[in-house]
Design a protein around this ligand. Structure first.
Ligand SMILES: [Zn+2]
Length: 290
C-alpha cells in the first residue's frame, strides 16, 4: 500500500503549441504516487508538446502537464479542443476503426450503461452528484427517488444545468470538482457519476478522496473512463480513440483504476463491465467502505 501523497505547491509554466498558441500549464507528477517522472523517456504515444509518462514506481500513465483550470473555461474549452482533435484524427483514422464501431453496434453487445440506469441499479435513494455535469444531460431521466446535483467548471453550462437540476430540488455548483466538493458537507450524496470525467481531471486522486468524504456509508461512485488496457489501443496505437491531447490527462487500466480507488477508501463493487476485450471504455462501480 502506497503512502498518501503530500501535495507540494503546483509548478506553473508556459507552453507554445501549434494548435493553441501560448498556454499556461501546471506541471504534473504521477497523479497516483506523486513520483516526478521527468527523468523517464516519454511514452511513444506522446504528441507534440504533450508528453505521456509511464510512472517508474507505480506504472500509472498520464500527461505530465495540464492546462490550468482557467484555460479550460475559454481557450481550451471542450468545443475548441474537439475541433482540433477531429482534424488530427481525420488523417489517421483507418477504415477498420469505423468497421469495428459498426460491428459492435450491430451485435448489440453493449450492456445497459446509461448513468440514470446505473444509479437506479446500484445506489440508495438520495442525492446524486454528477462531476463535470455540463448542462445536466447525463442525469436526465433520473428516477424520482434521486435528487440531481452537479459540479461544472464552465459558467454557461453550469447555469443551464442549474435550471434543470433546480426543478428537481438539486443544484449545480460552478467550480472545479475539487473546490466544489470541498464546499459539501460529509455524508451528503448517496451516489456520484463520473462519466468521461476522470480522464480529464488534473487531480483525480484528490477528487476521489474528497468525493469519498461527501458520500454516505455504502454510497457509490459510478465511473466510465477510456480503457488504456484495451486491445484496440494496442492495435490502433496512436490512432486509438482514447487519446486526446491534452484533454485526456490520465490513462487508466482496470488495474490502475482499482489501485487508485482502493487507496481512496473504496472497494470495487461490480466487475469492470467489458463485454468485449476491444471495448474502448470501461465502467466501474466503487463503493465507500472505509
Ligand atoms: Zn506513480
Amino acid at each position: 500500500m502506497t503512502e498518501p501523497v503530500t501535495k507540494s505547491e503546483p509548478v506553473h509554466s508556459q507552453l507554445e503549441s501549434a494548435d493553441f498558441g501560448t498556454i499556461n500549464v501546471v506541471e504534473r507528477n504521477c497523479p497516483h504516487c506523486g513520483r516526478d517522472n521527468a527523468d523517464r523517456p516519454a511514452n511513444r504515444y506522446s504528441h507534440s508538446v504533450w508528453k505521456i509518462r509511464d510512472c517508474a514506481d507505480c506504472g500509472f500513465v498520464y500527461i505530465d502537464r495540464s492546462p490550468v483550470y482557467e484555460a479550460l473555461k475559454s481557450e481550451m474549452a471542450w468545443e475548441k479542443t474537439t475541433l482540433i482533435e477531429e482534424k488530427r484524427r481525420a488523417d489517421i483514422r483507418p477504415i477498420s476503426y469505423k468497421f469495428s464501431k459498426l460491428t459492435r453496434a450491430r451485435m448489440h453487445l453493449f450492456p445497459r450503461t446509461k448513468m440514470p440506469d446505473l444509479v437506479d441499479s446500484h445506489a440508495l435513494p438520495g442525492r446524486v452528484v454528477d462531476l463535470g455535469c455540463g448542462a445536466g444531460d447525463q442525469l436526465r431521466g433520473l428516477d424520482d427517488r434521486f435528487i440531481p446535483f452537479g459540479i461544472e467548471i464552465s459558467d454557461q453550462l453550469a447555469a443551464a444545468g442549474n435550471a434543470y437540476f433546480g426543478e428537481r430540488g438539486g443544484q449545480v455548483i460552478c467550480a472545479p470538482s475539487l473546490d466544489g466538493l470541498q464546499a459539501v458537507e460529509d455524508n451528503f450524496f448517496s451516489a456520484a457519476t463520473l462519466r468521461s470525467y476522470l480522464e480529464h481531471e488534473t487531480h483525480p486522486q484528490e477528487v476521489l478522496q474528497e468525493l469519498h468524504r461527501t458520500l454516505i456509508p455504502d454510497g457509490v461512485a459510478i465511473i466510465k473512463v477510456p480503457n488504456y488496457g484495451a486491445i484496440n489501443r494496442m492495435i490502433m496505437g496512436r490512432k486509438w480513440c482514447g487519446f486526446r491531447y491534452p484533454d485526456h490527462l490520465n490513462y487508466f487500466t482496470p488495474a490502475s483504476l482499482r489501485r487508485m480507488a482502493e487507496k481512496c477508501g473504496y472497494s470495487v463493487k461490480s466487475a469492470f463491465s467489458q463485454r468485449l476485450p476491444t471495448s474502448d471504455n470501461m465502467y466501474a462501480i466503487l463503493k465507500k467502505t472505509a
